[in-house]
Write a protein that binds this ligand. Sequence first.
Ligand code: UDP
Length: 238
Amino acid sequence: MHEPKFKRVILKVSGEALAGDNDYGIDQKTINLIAMQVKDVVKLGVEMAIVVGGGNIWRGVSGSSKGMDRATADYMGMLATVINALALQDALEAVSVDTRVQTAIEMRQIAEPYIRRRAIRHLEKGRTVIFAGGTGNPYFSTDTTAALRAAEIEAEVILMAKKVDGVYDCDPVKNPAAKKFSDLDYIDVLNRGLGVMDSTATSLCMDNKIPLIVFNINQHGNILKAVLGEKIGTYVGR
Ligand code: UDP
């Protein structure tokens, strides 16, 4: 087995990735498979923190488009990420991965509050840390959370787990002629408006030189391949 390329990584798991083939909710089989993949990486001694999304349960923009106050709708979205985080913690612990959930909005009965130094300490002790509750602020996304937390804990890379195997010039589901990029500059993602992550998150990664690897999480073993430095999906950097 090769040596891992990275010592500390952030895995961003969108809500969509947790829904499996469904449009919403949590698919237990999918979440169990993700947990197994995380276990394979943690076993190598790689420190992994996970940022979970909430789009499989609630998205702030959908609520506000129906007339709800945007900030309220966004707080609901942040709560949705906590539900996903607890489900992921449960799946990880079922395969004996020591896990802590930290929330950006205090919920002390169910999780620790987000404390940067404490999160780093957990990672150093080999525990997987799940960051829930987004940034704790409305008008942001969990992609931005991944970029922010990666900068804070000095993660070397963000592994962007998607349901597609990289970044395409247009939607590969709608257009079979869509072209996949193997490497991209952050600025190209911004200029072309590619749907890798939102522009706030991309700018944060660009300014702090945090590379991204965008890959399909449904192909078993892909998280391990990414950590070992095998070329998968699309690399965004420079
Ligand atoms: N959200 C927020 N602030 C944050 C992170 C998330 O307000 O810092 C809300 C926002 O409403 C968002 C929802 O939480 O729509 C779910 O997060 P996101 O859409 O990023 O989840 P994903 O697309 O990764 O499933």
